[in-house]
Write a new protein. Structure first.
Length: 287
């Protein structure tokens, strides 16, 4: 009996590993997805022989309600449910919670209000890319994000608060244009002012999940204002991470990425060395 049973197990194992995984995303009408993004960032600056750390932590909760699915295209409404921030550095320590009425009446609340009102409806194709976007009548944002300081900071934290535009991938889009199997690899180019790539490898395909590893690198030059001064930030970054997809729907369940970078901040005629480490964990529930 063992001589028959063991080969059958081997054949079953090989079949699972070799099976192709569709690159299409399967949304269902009435489906409600909640995306939680958690960010932990540590930036270290060196100036006049002194080292200074700036710690920022953030948690953002989005909701995505699938209003309709026609011909594979899904109409999805996006809303920001809650934003929490904490900042510790440069002799200051601050916390913010959008569910706290007193926080919303303060300076950080007024600055964050524009990002929190980022409500829109988008049509998403089966490949996970945005076909079209319609902002809510009360949405003060524009595609690509805002130029205000709070908007810039939230964008840099990779919280996904920028309103998308046609052709952009959604937070659920990971797989390439073709079907994949264990061992498959592909590379995505980075956007939003960064030049670089992330390379994905399918490390395993189980009965319910698709597991991926990612490595990548990027280079960026960004300008922003702080306390009336213009900063130019030049960074080189290396990325590593892991992704878990729901095999049945193709929707991402969890993604954790760690980015470690080094560069220069130019401000007021000075060049300040800087290093940072940012860990971003995005979790999707309601699949």
């Amino acid at each position: 009996m063992k001589k028959v049973f063991l080969p059958l197990l081997l054949v079953a194992s090989i079949a699972v590993q070799a099976q192709k995984v569709s690159n299409k995303i399967g949304f269902q009408k009435g489906q409600k997805l909640e995306v939680t993004t958690q960010v932990a960032s540590v930036a270290t600056q060196e100036m006049m022989g002194q080292t200074m750390d700036v710690n920022v932590a953030a948690t953002l909760n989005h909701s995505y309600d699938v209003e309709d699915v026609t011909g594979g295209n899904a109409v999805i409404e996006h809303k920001v449910k809650r934003l929490q921030l904490s900042f510790d550095g440069m002799g200051q320590s601050q916390k913010f919670d959008s569910e706290n009425e007193a926080d919303m009446k303060g300076d950080m609340g007024k600055a964050a209000e524009k990002s929190i009102k980022n409500k829109y409806t988008m049509t998403v194709a089966p490949d996970g890319k945005v076909v079209s976007v319609k902002a809510d009548d009360n949405n003060p944002n524009t595609p690509g994000g805002g130029d205000d300081m709070m908007g810039q900071m939230l964008s840099q934290l990779s919280l996904g608060l920028d309103m998308p535009k046609a052709g952009d991938p959604t937070p659920f889009k990971i797989l390439p244009a073709q079907e994949v199997a264990k061992g498959s690899t592909w590379t995505d180019s980075l956007t939003n002012g960064e030049k670089g790539f992330n390379k994905y490898t399918v490390t395993d395909v189980t009965a319910n999940e698709v597991l991926l590893d990612l490595v990548g690198q990027s280079a960026s030059v960004k300008k922003q204002e702080m306390q009336g001064m213009e900063l130019t930030i030049t960074m080189n970054t290396k990325n590593t991470g892991k992704v878990v997809l729901d095999k049945k729907t193709g929707i991402m369940k969890q993604r954790t990425t760690t980015s470690e970078g080094s560069g220069i901040v130019e401000v007021a005629g000075q060049s300040v060395p800087i290093t940072n480490k940012i860990t971003v964990t995005t979790t999707v529930s309601g699949i």
